[in-house]
Design a binder for this molecule. Structure first.
Ligand code: GLN
Length: 203
């Protein structure tokens, strides 16, 4: 059985665990470095990326996760998780001690946090993803504002006017998958299914 860990420090990890179980995977909450052993894949959920950053360092998880990312483990980041997989954060949160939030990195992209504006902190949009069309929910969502040549753009949403390019909301770079939106809250299985195929080496 495919064993997929879900980083369970903060955010909506329960919904990801449920989505993976619905699809027949063994879904395991990750809170300690030992929980990272023998996984076929890892999900980093939505939540607040600066908190996930701080807690993952406090719990000794940040370095092991970076090592797994560079060793080729399939990792999927949704929303805050997408921010955690970005090599650069355009507008990092700054702590009281003046430290900018950090990411795990791995995807050659720059993300802008909360990119879709204050009035529309949450919205839904019908997207294309790997041949499926589905309703995506965005909650204070990031956008990939720059992607490197190794990054495959999987989904975009239209810009607000003709002057604005399509906005990148789903990407893949080799073993890493990231979406601005939250597939786990709509009951749509397309993204988790795609990710499970990635962990099995057939996507
Ligand atoms: N705005 C959040 C952040 O910067 C992400 C929001 C989400 O995961 N729904 O981490």
């Amino acid at each position: 059985m495919t064993r997929i860990g879900v980083l369970a420090l903060q955010g909506d990890f329960r919904e990801h665990l449920q989505a993976l179980i619905r699809l027949g995977a063994a879904a395991l909450p990750v809170r300690t470095p030992q929980d990272l052993e023998h996984l076929d894949g890892l999900v980093i959920p939505g939540g607040e990326s600066s908190v996930i950053d701080r807690l993952s360092r406090n719990y000794g998880l940040a370095e092991p996760i970076r090592t797994l990312i560079s060793s080729g483990l399939p990792v999927y980041g949704s929303c805050a998780g997408m921010i955690m997989l970005a090599d650069q954060i355009e507008n990092p949160a700054i702590s009281a001690t003046g430290q900018a939030q950090r990411s795990f990195g791995g995807i050659d992209m720059t993300v802008r946090r909360n990119a879709f504006g204050r009035q529309v902190d949450s919205f839904e949009s019908v997207l294309e993803f790997a041949g499926h069309s589905f309703e995506a929910v965005f909650i204070r969502a990031p956008e990939a504002v720059q992607v490197g040549p190794a990054v495959q753009v999987l989904s975009t949403v239209p810009g607000q006017n003709r002057a604005v390019h399509d906005r990148i909301v789903a990407v893949r770079q080799e073993n890493l998958l990231a979406t601005s939106f939250h597939p786990e809250v709509t009951g749509s299985n397309a993204i988790h299914e795609f990710f499970i195929h990635m962990t099995q080496g057939d996507a």
